[in-house]
Design a protein around this ligand. Structure first.
Ligand code: IFM
Length: 449
């Protein structure tokens, strides 16, 4: 029998290091409640073949009604900070124009509920469910999206911005642009390079505009959240190395370079320059609006091989190492590599938050998840020991939820959710983290307000 590694205790991290867990609106709230407008995920899920079991977020975990119980779970986890997202269509059912008072009231209650439990609210404004009314107008392909997103930012942050600890405009821009418009796996399910290029550029511009709106509102501690994934050449051939570099350009550098260096990588422009909107070269001042931290979501790496066909000319090779329940290779060293790389090449001394990390797997006795988290927390400590300014870590996810195209079968939660009764049951990983994150009152002092 192999022994399970212990989770490093709070005292193994620098003073003031923040621990938390994360969720997103559509994945947990129950979108049918509270006057929310239709989203493009509702339509995507209603299209045969897109989502396992044609499941959608109409009920999800019913967090809309059970939020107090869920925040109690975050507090009892001994977390310092809770990362959640706001649903654009809940706040503005048509995407622009009138706001839904019930929607704003919900986020108001939620933020106050966090503060009442001593939790720092970390909001992400957009975590993937676009109001259908805007999708009908071309969604992220439409050059008006940055304006519409600025309007949404103003509406929601004028209400809750005075009480949030941090804010980020968009979760995982790669997924919004490439997974959804080029690979077709997420809403709106397109496989179109021109759509992907435009979506990518408009998402970046929307990010910059949103940061500007929040600065004007006087909101502090603003960041960007990117998902980074290793692209390892499948062999030592020059072709596989070049293919892996193209993948890295599309997945990782496509967002880090504009946000921090004000440019797109050459290896990306080779494929998309002719598809970008006119005048894209003039937009980088907006896109690289200064941020106060960078969030890194890290899960896995892929082996990439050269493949015939149109640009980008690569294919995924089978993983070689151990994998999670949904076939994602477990590669904790990749987290250390990315933390080093982000600080060295892009963000310098800026605080880095690991805004998501976790795994899909079954069972209440989820020892595999404890092993996964222990290895990644150790990888994070390695980066800290080298001087990388990592200041916080969030587990994805608080509870089992709607895992997009995989429906409810892929369970990422620290808390098990019975999707019949909606009962919540903390898993072994939750208990182990709660022990590791306990405040001993000596090494770490009292819980920060
Ligand atoms: O569930 C998702 C989340 O919405 C964004 N980051 C990755 C998670 C696991 O796939």
């Amino acid at each position: 029998m192999t022994s399970m590694p212990a989770l490093p205790p709070r005292s193994a991290f620098p003073q003031g290091f923040l621990f938390g867990t994360a969720t997103s609106a559509y994945q947990i709230e129950g979108h049918r409640f509270g006057g929310a407008g239709r989203t493009h995920w509702d339509s995507f899920a209603a299209t045969p073949g897109n989502v396992a079991g044609a499941e959608d977020g109409a009920l999800a975990c019913d967090h809309y009604h059970r939020w107090a119980e869920d925040l109690d779970l975050v507090a009892a986890l001994n977390a310092d900070v809770y990362r959640f997202s706001t649903s654009w269509a809940r706040v503005m059912p048509e995407g622009t124009g009138p706001v839904n008072p019930q929607g704003l009231d919900f986020y108001d209650r939620l933020v106050d509920g966090m503060l009442a439990r001593g939790l720092k609210p970390a909001v992400t404004l957009y975590h993937w469910e676009l109001p259908q009314a805007l999708a009908d107008r071309g969604g992220w392909r439409n050059a008006d999206m940055p304006d519409w997103f600025a309007e949404f930012t103003q509406a929601v942050m004028a209400r809750i911005g005075d009480r949030v600890w941090s804010a980020a405009p968009v979760n995982e821009p790669w997924c919004v642009a490439w997974l959804s418009h080029f690979e077709g796996h997420h809403a709106p399910g397109l496989r179109d390079i021109r759509a992907a290029a435009r979506a990518m550029h408009h998402v970046l511009l929307a990010h910059g505009r949103s940061i500007g709106v929040m600065r004007d509102l006087g909101i502090k501690n603003l960041g960007a959240v990117v998902n980074l994934e290793g692209a390892t050449p499948a062999s030592d051939t020059a072709e596989d190395h070049a293919a892996a570099d193209r993948r890295d350009a599309i997945y990782n550098r496509a967002f880090l370079e504009p946000l921090f260096l004000g440019r797109y990588p050459e290896a990306l422009l080779e494929g998309i320059a002719s598809h970008l909107p006119d005048g894209w070269q003039d937009d980088f001042d907006t896109i690289r609006a200064p941020v106060d931290w960078i969030g890194v979501n890290y899960y896995t790496r892929r082996r990439i091989a050269a493949a015939p066909g149109a640009w980008p000319g690569y294919a995924e090779a089978p993983p070689r190492g151990p994998c999670t329940g949904i076939g994602w290779e477990i590669h904790p060293e990749g987290l250390t590599d990315f933390l080093r790389r982000v600080a060295r090449d892009y963000s310098g001394d800026l605080p880095i938050l690991v805004t998501e990390n976790g795994m899909a797997g079954d069972g209440l006795t989820d020892s595999a998840r404890i092993t996964y988290l222990a290895a990644h927390l150790q990888a994070l400590r390695t980066a800290i020991a080298e001087g990388v300014p990592v200041t916080g870590y969030f587990v994805w996810s608080l509870m089992d939820n709607y895992e997009w195209a995989l429906g409810y079968a892929a369970r990422f939660g620290l808390v098990h959710v019975d999707f019949e009764s909606l009962a919540r049951h903390p898993k072994a990983s939750y208990q182990a983290l709660a022990r590791a994150w306990a405040r001993d009152g000596l090494a770490n002092g009292p819980k920060a307000p």
